[in-house]
Design a protein around this ligand. Structure first.
Ligand code: DGL
Length: 258
């Protein structure tokens, strides 16, 4: 049985688990929501690396995982290189803002990026944008969203406060005819409806969960994964979690919540 460790600062990474559940069968998923240390996006690179190492060690020692998914753009930005060096035999897949599909899909050449402040300031993101937009006529409207992860973790995906925050962040994108917005944090798909409502126009929102699921499926043959049978999902958190959010994301699963 394929054992997959997945982690994020909170429950946002369950949007990636949902995408996995649509592609991966016959596997055990062990999810860690590091709510004790959330939000990662406002922590230092050293702290983010340390949290990521601690969780990875836990997943290896306790669950003997074959694959690790960093269901967090921020952790990927600051920890994936070190994790790959330390654990060369583990399948390790990270989450990166979907700049490539956004460039392919935009018609106006104006792309918005919503992400945590840490992700946007990291070398990984900066390098990705530089490399992929080289020689192309694309303008990026980048917006860090401090406080949005906390709003979502509290279950405030439809509240007035969340709407006011998003309205302020999206206003420059609206004025500049952005037609594609990259959701550069795995929590943000949970406010998709609100973003669409505020932008009014026909907007494409880019998330990367299904690309991660397909990548895992293609790499899982190295451990002879057969991909049939039931998927089991166990959720572990380092502090309290809002179980209502879990129910809205993973509606069809019997979950084990530790
Ligand atoms: N879901 C994480 C991400 O994709 C949230 C980071 C945070 O906790 O600020 O970056």
């Amino acid at each position: 049985m394929l054992k997959i460790g997945v982690f994020d600062s909170g429950l946002g990474g369950l949007t990636v688990v949902k995408a996995l559940s649509q592609v991966i069968k016959g596997a055990d998923v062990f999810y860690v929501a590091d709510t004790k240390n959330a939000p990662y996006g406002e922590k230092t690179p050293e702290q983010i690396l340390q949290y990521s190492l601690n969780i990875t060690n836990y997943l290896i020692e306790t669950h003997d995982i074959d694959a690790l998914i960093l269901a967090c753009n921020t952790a990927t930005a600051f920890a994936i290189k070190e994790l790959r060096e330390r654990y060369p035999h583990l399948i390790i897949i990270g989450t990166e803002p979907g700049i490539k599909p956004a460039i392919a899909q935009t018609k106006t050449g104006k792309v918005g990026v919503l992400a945590t402040p840490a992700t946007l300031s990291g070398d990984k993101y900066q390098g990705l944008v530089r490399e992929l937009s080289l020689g192309k006529d694309i303008v990026f409207y980048e917006q860090g969203c401090p406080g949005l992860v906390e709003q979502i973790e509290k279950g405030e995906t439809k509240s007035k406060r969340t709407k006011a925050l998003l309205e302020a962040w999206l206003s420059p994108m609206q004025e500049n005819r952005v037609d594609t917005i990259v959701l550069g944090c795995t929590h943000y798909p949970l406010v998709t409806e609100m973003i669409k409502e505020i932008m009014v126009c026909d907007i494409q929102l880019i998330e990367t969960g299904s690309a991660i699921a397909k990548r895992l499926l293609s790499l899982s043959n190295v451990v002879n994964h057969e991909n049939h049978g039931a998927l089991s999902i166990t959720i572990h958190s380092t502090d309290s979690i809002n179980t209502d959010i879990i129910d809205t994301i993973l509606t069809d699963y019997i979950l084990h919540i530790l």
